[in-house]
Design a protein around this ligand. Sequence first.
Ligand SMILES: Nc1ncnc2c1ncn2[C@@H]1O[C@H](COP(=O)(O)OP(=O)(O)OP(=O)(O)O)[C@@H](O)[C@H]1O
Ligand SMILES: [Mg+2]
Length: 149
Amino acid sequence: MSYQVIARKYRPQHFADVVGQEHVTQTLSNAITQNRIAHAYLFCGPRGTGKTTIARIFAKCLNCTGGPKVEFPDTDPRCQEIAEGRSLDVLEIDGASNRGIEEIRELRETVKYAPASAKFKFTSSTRFTCLPRRRSTRSSKPWKNRRRT
Ligand SMILES: Nc1ncnc2c1ncn2[C@@H]1O[C@H](COP(=O)(O)OP(=O)(O)OP(=O)(O)O)[C@@H](O)[C@H]1O
Ligand SMILES: [Mg+2]
């Protein structure tokens, strides 16, 4: 077997493997089993607590064969392509290094298309707060936009 870095080798692959985040994994599992999946989720917390890990597992739950399902086999080809970063429908964006107008424009262009082969189109962004804010065409001083009466 080829060498795998420790962070990838020991990264939990199922919700059951994630430690100390049961309130998150249980909420997401319930959403899947009750078929009440929201269009967006915001994970926040200190570094290295499992945000990216949980997002990747969630992507696999949604797009596994016969999904959405909380439990999926490791041998599922759809899950394998997500784990290896080969899935066309699961996109990961690093908000810290993709802050340019071009990247944001590309993201906005691609999100509107239906998934290529999976059930859901899944985009996760880390360091979301680093993404640039939309530059307002209005004045930054609100009182300047008010009509005089
Ligand atoms: N709750 C957890 N249970 C088990 N392993 C964890 C947990 N949280 C983190 N890890 C381990 O730590 C590593 C880093 O986790 P992860 O990348 O998911 O953190 P993060 O919250 O996304 O961090 P950052 O804020 O830096 O993006 C993973 O490889 C994973 O193995
Ligand atoms: Mg992360």
